[in-house]
Design a protein. Structure first.
Length: 344
């Protein structure tokens, strides 16, 4: 089934055609008026270039069939490719006569503004390349537009007309599903609807899980740890540790000796407990006297994220010290993993 974009918005046309597989573009003078376009000829030429190598469908108007033919020829003279241009003509006795004239001159025609099977039949009989029922507009008026579409498809298939039924006036994604189910040959949809067609909550959840699990199995600890390495020496004070925590935004600091070897860890929990017990004077104590764990949980910077998550869960901790060459080089905080959906 062919897929057309229904628009005259240059920005969204560029975005939609960047996908690379649209059949073409349908547009109307009404669209152009809404977007403040005054140079219609210039806009048509620009649109033809934007949808290349796709097909552009534009209006050809006139009071007589001959005038409509002349208008189509005039538009082609602007530089449009007859093989890639479809002229849209509203259905009427003049319109179907013009359709036959244009087809006899090797031009493609879309007979549109179709609201009845009789109108569609006359367009098919005149050789229309496309016949275009306006589903949304009919439904807005309380009519059974879907039965009309199905009847048009059945007529084409039963009588063998060389006409494609175009499902138009699309309001929402359900219209697209209905168009597919009805067996139409082409559909033209606005970008706001088209870009939702690949969306589904289950797909989003599944994709997020795939990304999460891939990261856990392929990325290393060093790829996600913060640049700041909160370290204090044994002879520094609790106040120094508090400054490092504040600066890093982490809830712990690594305690090292004079040669940079890891001696323990001091956490914000240790800070709160000791302040409650000892008061402000505690801030002047040395780190060597306040090691909460002489054997803190560590992980190498080359370890996989999967191993870090396993440690967080197994040890029920919030912070892991990252090691390289037996020295602390950073810290992992469980909240960073939660924010990146690496820990549920």
């Amino acid at each position: 089934m062919e897929l057309y974009l229904d628009s005259v918005d240059f920005k969204e046309i560029e975005e939609a055609f960047d996908m690379g597989f649209l059949t073409g573009l349908t547009t109307t003078p009404t669209f152009m008026h809404r977007h403040g376009i005054t140079d219609i000829d210039g806009a048509i030429v620009k649109l033809a270039g934007m949808v290349e190598p796709g097909i552009l469908q534009v209006e050809a108007l006139g009071d007589t069939a001959e005038e409509i033919l002349a208008e189509a020829k005039r538009l082609l003279a602007l530089g449009l490719d007859i093989e890639k241009t479809v002229f849209k003509i509203p259905v009427s006795n003049v319109g179907v006569k013009a359709c036959k004239l244009l087809r006899d001159n090797g031009m493609m025609v879309n007979v549109h503004l179709v609201y009845t099977l009789n109108q569609a039949y006359m367009a098919m009989q005149a050789g229309a390349t496309y016949v275009c029922p306006l589903v949304g507009r009919l439904q807005d008026q309380g009519h059974d537009a879907l039965t009309l579409v199905q009847s048009c498809v059945d007529a084409v298939n039963y009588y063998g007309y060389d006409t494609k039924v175009m499902f138009s006036s699309v309001r929402h994604a359900e219209h697209v599903r209905t168009a597919i189910m009805s067996g139409v040959h082409t559909i033209t949809a606005p970008w706001k609807v088209m870009k939702t067609l690949t969306s589904n909550n289950f797909t989003t959840v599944g994709t997020d899980q795939f990304v999460e699990h891939t990261r856990l199995m392929t990325e290393n600890v060093k790829d996600v740890m913060q640049d700041f390495n909160p370290v204090v020496k044994e002879d520094e004070t609790i106040f120094d540790a508090l400054n490092k925590m504040t600066e890093s935004g982490l809830g712990a600091v690594s305690i090292v000796n004079g040669t940079g070897e890891l001696k323990g860890i001091f956490t914000d929990g240790d800070l709160r407990r000791n302040l409650k017990e000892k008061g402000k004077a505690f801030l002047d104590d040395k780190m060597a006297d306040c090691v909460s764990s002489a054997n803190p949980i560590t992980i190498t910077q080359e370890a996989r994220l999967y191993d870090a998550v396993a440690l967080f869960k197994e040890k029920e901790i919030d912070t892991i010290i990252v090691m390289a060459n037996n020295k602390p080089v950073g810290m992992l905080d469980i909240q960073d993993f939660v924010k990146q959906n690496l820990v549920g």
